[in-house]
Design a protein around this ligand. Structure first.
Ligand SMILES: [Zn+2]
Length: 386
């Protein structure tokens, strides 16, 4: 590498607490930063009792919180706007996102807009947020999105498009990672979210424009942890060591892709979420194999390196090692029992052109892919896994 090529910037959340059981002392953790927290979550998290300990902790610390449990998957703009209004009525001076990626993404946007005159639509895109946000803490309950350490929220617009809100304000002040919150998650959730996290690591490591030594170190460590523990977490859902490894891996992958962004697997997954409400993790796992195979001609040396990390056959030239890596990833995913065909999630042949058109348009992600993806390529990739 020449000196010039070595230049890079790297950002992440300044304060990360990784501690099993930490949710119970959320009150003392956030109390120096806020007195009237607005807690953002969904009904599933509340129904499962996952948030009870954290809420008790907030009470114990004397914090006058309001609970919003109306988050929906792939957060619709309408729901986010309603939440912002409720947060204003509470006179919230801080936001706590508690849940999966959708809860954390919603919390980030609320924190940016509570005290702002900007509308939600005005902050769509990159670096559009103008006002400072209120203090923000994020607590994940799945090991997947890594949203607790990323600078992006993905919102579904009123005309059903997925848009990103990106900017430095989207990095939280604090991420609290408590693996006990991820215990007992059913196999299909553990598997899809864990595969999503592996995709983050793989796409960050092979991203075309902003790959750097820090994101590389994070991505490789993440992929090692995730690939070695996903099966164990699926088979023994209450294994705290496996859950800790998955939660750590997902966070490291999140730090990596926040700086070295995702690419075609994610671009091709998004239309499946928009048109068929396929959960984000599952959509990514469906598109992983065809896109990795497609990328081999442009990414073989890097895939060969990743092959060593996941325990793929290391013999042969770059091409053979890259093929072994892809085969190993397919094997790891299949062993978790995750769905592998688009037809398993209700996608039919006639909609593939629309999906391909939408995917090819997601320039924000496609520009990072090691190999350019045209509309025809996208159509062929969807067709391959129908
Ligand atoms: Zn993802």
């Amino acid at each position: 590498m020449s000196g010039e090529e070595m230049n890079f910037t790297f950002d992440t959340v300044p304060n990360i607490i990784f501690e099993t059981g930490a949710a119970a002392r959320l009150g003392e953790i956030v109390s120096p930063r806020m007195t009237r927290p607005f807690v953002v979550t969904d009904k599933g998290v509340v129904g499962a009792g996952l948030i009870d300990g954290a809420l008790k902790g907030l009470e114990k610390a004397g914090l006058d919180y309001a609970l919003f449990d109306g988050v929906e998957a792939d957060p619709p703009a309408k729901v986010v706007k309603g939440a912002i209004e409720t947060a204003r009525q509470h006179k919230a001076d801080g936001v706590i996102g508690f849940g999966g990626g959708s809860s954390m993404d919603t919390a980030k946007v609320i924190a940016c807009l509570i005290n702002s005159t900007q509308s939600l639509e005005e902050i769509y895109g990159i670096d559009q947020v103008t006002a400072p946000r209120v203090p923000l803490a994020l607590i994940p309950t799945t090991a997947g999105t890594g949203s607790e350490v990323t600078n992006i929220s993905v919102i579904t617009t009123e005309d059903d498009q997925k848009v990103g809100v990106l900017g430095p304000q989207l990095y939280a002040d604090l991420a609290v990672l408590d693996a006990s919150l991820t215990l007992s998650k059913p196999r299909h959730v553990t598997s899809a979210t864990g595969i999503d996290a592996m995709v983050h690591a793989i796409e960050a490591y092979t991203t075309k424009l902003k790959k750097n030594p820090v994101s590389d170190a994070l991505a490789t460590k993440a992929l090692a942890l995730l690939s070695a523990n996903i099966q164990r977490a699926c088979d023994t859902p209450d294994d705290i060591e496996a859950r800790e490894a998955m939660l750590l891996g997902a966070m490291l992958a999140g730090q990596a892709f926040a700086n070295a962004p995702c690419a075609a697997v994610h671009a091709m997954a998004y239309p499946l979420g928009v048109h068929f409400h396929v959960p984000h993790g599952l959509a990514n796992s469906l598109m992983l194999a065809p896109v990795l195979k497609f990328n081999i001609p442009a990414a073989a040396p890097l895939y060969a390196e990743l092959g060593d990390i996941v325990g793929a056959d290391g013999t042969g030239d770059f091409q053979m090692r890259a093929e072994s890596f892809v085969a190993k990833m397919v094997e790891i995913c299949a062993a978790t029992g995750v769905k592998s065909r688009l037809s398993d999630v209700g996608v039919s042949h006639n909609v593939l052109p629309k999906l391909a058109e939408d995917a090819a348009k997601i320039e924000r992600l496609m520009k990072n892919n090691p190999r350019p993806v045209t509309y025809d390529d996208a159509l062929a990739l969807y067709t391959e896994v129908l």
